[in-house]
Design a protein around this ligand. Structure first.
Ligand code: AMP
Length: 287
């Protein structure tokens, strides 16, 4: 594992040339796609990628086509220098930090879409978000030629959609999903946590507390979707949060459970606001 400063590459053509050369020499490449403002969650992916591969590439790109008009594209935190240092310390060899004009020299006309799932859960509130994510990930795969790419379970629907894209379109890439890294309070680490006040951040611990309470209730025999959702909502609302959605999906295909009861391994998915900050989390419930 390397510990010195990673090479920073800004140009698409330069990274693609680097990756082609590395692959021709038989080197394995691990890719960790991120939007930067890195925290321990991202770093857990970088550490694993650096351990598994000859070369670990971390992409840092705030991808404009996955943000809606009224979302936080402009205010999303950007701090390349600190991020590069963190990645270097975690063993990354290359940081790929392209400009939007290099990634999209002309407006993109070809998008990757998942027609079944793009409009569900987060997709119901973020039109075009998942096609933006899938399309940029497809581009990043073609530019950096990874053998393995690492994503967080934190963005559960995103991870599911990426695995499905790789399967459906036969990308020669293995996808590794990594567990969610949390703050001491249980709040999932996120670059967006820093938008919150200290008080909101404390209150937002209720999200995971509610999810764990629902899982406990399930383990104690409650299989009613409505009851389990009610628990999560109650925790969040009592802490001052505003629910966007609480849904329960089958873990096998991420489609909503049609019956009122849980009969197979499932996942509770939640999105909510604390103040103006939108947060997501999930928990698996299975026997
Ligand atoms: P982002 O920069 O938010 O696009 O995230 C880049 C990658 O890091 C994605 O695969 C995320 O799922 C993953 N990630 C973000 N937060 C966490 C976390 N708390 N634990 C583990 N992985 C995370």
């Amino acid at each position: 594992m390397r510990k010195d400063s990673p090479k920073i590459i800004h140009k698409v053509a330069e990274l693609q040339k680097f990756a082609l050369n590395a692959r021709a020499k038989g080197k394995s490449i691990g890719l960790v796609p991120t939007m930067g403002a890195l925290h321990d969650g991202h770093i857990s992916l970088v550490l694993r990628s650096a351990k598994d591969n000859d070369i670990c590439i971390v992409s840092i790109f705030v991808n404009p086509i996955q943000f809606g008009k009224n979302e936080d594209f402009d205010k999303y935190p950007r701090r390349l220098k600190i991020d590069a240092e963190l990645c270097g310390a975690a063993g990354a060899s290359v940081i790929f930090a392209p400009s939007a004009s290099d990634m999209y020299p002309v407006p993109i006309q070809t998008l990757v879409r998942n027609f079944e799932l793009e409009g569900l859960y987060c997709g119901a509130y973020r039109t075009g978000h998942f096609s933006g994510v899938l399309s940029v990930v497809a581009k990043l795969f073609n530019i950096s030629l990874p053998k393995i790419a690492y994503f967080g379970e934190k963005d559960y629907q995103q991870l599911f959609l990426i695995k499905k894209m790789v399967f459906d379109l036969n990308f020669p890439v293995k996808i590794v999903g990594m567990p969610t890294i949390r703050e001491k309070s249980g709040l999932a680490r996120s670059s967006r946590n820093e938008y919150m006040t200290a008080e909101e951040r404390e209150q937002a611990a209720a999200i995971y507390a509610g999810l764990k309470a629902a899982r406990q209730k399930f383990e104690n025999g409650t299989v009613s979707c409505a009851e389990l959702k009610k628990i999560v909502k109650k925790y969040i609302e009592n802490a001052g949060g505003k629910i966007q959605y609480v849904e329960i999906a089958k873990d096998s295909d991420l489609l909503s459970i049609k019956s009122a009861k849980i009969t197979e391994p499932s996942v509770i998915l939640v999105a909510c606001f604390f103040g103006k900050t939108r947060l997501i989390d999930h928990i698996i419930i299975a026997d």
